[in-house]
Design a binder for this molecule. Structure first.
Ligand SMILES: [Zn+2]
Length: 204
């Protein structure tokens, strides 16, 4: 069945969400490549906080990439937006302020298709930044799933593996992994646990 949005000529908001390693950026890149084939003009934006891999590119974990404009504030998007841009992609949207909703709504009202990718929950399992509001206003939602590194089931949570008292820890390898709800441990209790079978004390 054809998706109802395929026949829509005016703007709409699409949100790609999920935990880390769920392929959000891959999906964003896939959608933008399709725009390329359809000869639609697109631009991609991302927040300055994310400096992994490359400054001016949007990179998936499998190293596929597309060039992006790094912006400090979501309102900076207007300064870089070209008048003939039909599709606007925004990656790592969870790091923008709630003002993103106003900006996105305006872009959609002007007839643009907006594709947002972002983490829906943070390392504590809490809704992340403006993502809940964006999801509430989306016309189309893609929820992506990763694989739980403990049991291999579908993962929806981002597990932090190191004890750092910071809300945002950029980076990925050995800092985060994907977990299912059952194996998600937001209190990091695994770091406090003593070893299961401590060696017996030797008599002196
Ligand atoms: Zn699991």
């Amino acid at each position: 069945m054809e998706h109802p949005l395929n026949s829509i000529r005016h703007g709409y908001l699409e949100v790609i969400c999920g935990c880390m390693y769920s392929g959000k950026t891959e999906e964003l890149i896939r959608q933008l490549r399709r725009c390329e084939y359809a000869r639609q003009n697109y631009q991609v934006f991302k927040p300055v906080v994310d400096d992994r891999y490359s400054e001016d590119e949007v990179c998936s974990h499998n190293q596929d990439s597309i060039s992006a404009q790094v912006i400090e504030d979501i309102y900076d998007l207007y300064r870089h937006l070209r008048h003939d841009t039909q599709v606007v992609g925004i990656d790592e949207a969870q790091f923008f302020s709630d003002d993103i909703l106003e900006v996105v709504n305006k872009l959609v009202k002007n007839g643009r298709r907006v594709i947002i990718a972002g983490l829906d929950t943070d390392w504590k399992g809490r809704p992340f930044g403006p993502m809940p509001n964006l999801l509430a206003c989306a016309d189309l939602i893609h929820k992506q799933y990763a694989i739980c590194m403990v049991c291999g089931e579908a993962a929806t949570r981002t597990q932090r593996l190191v004890n750092e008292d910071k809300d945002i820890l950029v980076g990925s390898f050995r800092v985060y992994e994907a977990r299912c709800r059952r194996h998600f441990d937001p209190d990091l209790s695994f770091l406090q646990k003593p070893p299961k079978n401590p060696p017996p004390l030797r008599p002196v």
